[in-house]
Design a binder for this molecule. Structure first.
Ligand SMILES: Nc1ncnc2c1ncn2[C@@H]1O[C@H](COP(=O)(O)OP(=O)(O)OP(=O)(O)O)[C@@H](O)[C@H]1O
Ligand SMILES: [Mg+2]
Length: 208
């Protein structure tokens, strides 16, 4: 049965779509990977469209769905893949709840700033209500950041589930996304690619 990673966080612009795309691209190749876009904004759908214009990339299944068909679609993808990565909208609506319910692990991107941490609390609560494990990944971490240390300290002190892997604030993510690629494909030796692989490895370890 597939491992389902639902990327969720009610706050907008924290990096859900960027992380979903990069994780799927890193996992693909040797693994059967599906991406499911349940956000009506459709950014991941656009990324996948750009990807299709490029020959020779690792293949993945793509699907977008809304409303009551979500659970059936997720079940279908689970039967046919090793991993399903779900990108969700910036709000806790019915769809996001169903995607959390269907997750093996809920991945919550948080930028190192207080509003992101506060918003993550809502997603952590939802995961707890649905009895699903959740993990926070810091995203867009600046090279030198006092806020990062404060946020890490605060999360750790409260026993909140923070991953070791963290993603830096890097233009490589923007460039890769604009080309329909993950950073592990556009710049495999970059720091960004190393960070994504470390995130993937940590998630593989947790969900094994
Ligand atoms: N690690 C990063 N480094 C640099 N830019 C980033 C990084 N992560 C995300 N971004 C940029 O931040 C913006 C928001 O990212 P993204 O669309 O992934 O967030 P989101 O949580 O999916 O947003 P929404 O809530 O609207 O769906 C985008 O312009 C994206 O390119
Ligand atoms: Mg998004």
């Amino acid at each position: 049965m597939a491992i389902v990673i639902t990327v969720a966080q009610q706050k907008g612009g924290t990096g859900k779509t960027t992380i979903a795309a990069n994780l799927a691209a890193a996992l693909a190749g040797g693994r059967r990977v599906a991406l499911l876009d349940i956000d009506p904004q459709g950014s991941l759908t656009r990324w996948y469209g750009l990807r299709l214009e490029r020959p020779g990339l690792a293949r993945m299944t793509f699907s977008s769905v809304s409303g009551w068909r979500l659970t059936a679609e997720l079940d279908r993808l689970k039967r046919e893949h090793d991993f399903v990565v779900v990108d969700s909208p910036p709000q806790i609506d019915t769809e996001a709840k169903l995607a959390v319910r269907g997750a093996t692990l809920v991945l919550i991107p948080v930028q190192p700033s207080p509003p992101d941490v506060w918003a993550a609390e809502g997603t952590l609560k939802l995961a707890a209500e649905e009895r699903r494990p959740a993990a926070i990944v810091l995203n867009r971490v600046p090279a030198a950041s006092r806020q990062k240390d404060l946020v890490v300290g605060g999360l750790t002190a409260r026993g909140l589930p923070l991953l070791r892997a963290a993603i830096g604030n890097r233009t490589g993510f923007v460039d890769a996304f604009a080309a329909g690629l993950g950073v592990t494909e556009s710049a495999p030796r970059s720091s960004a690619a190393r960070e994504v692989r470390a995130l993937m490895d940590e998630l593989l370890e947790m969900t094994r």
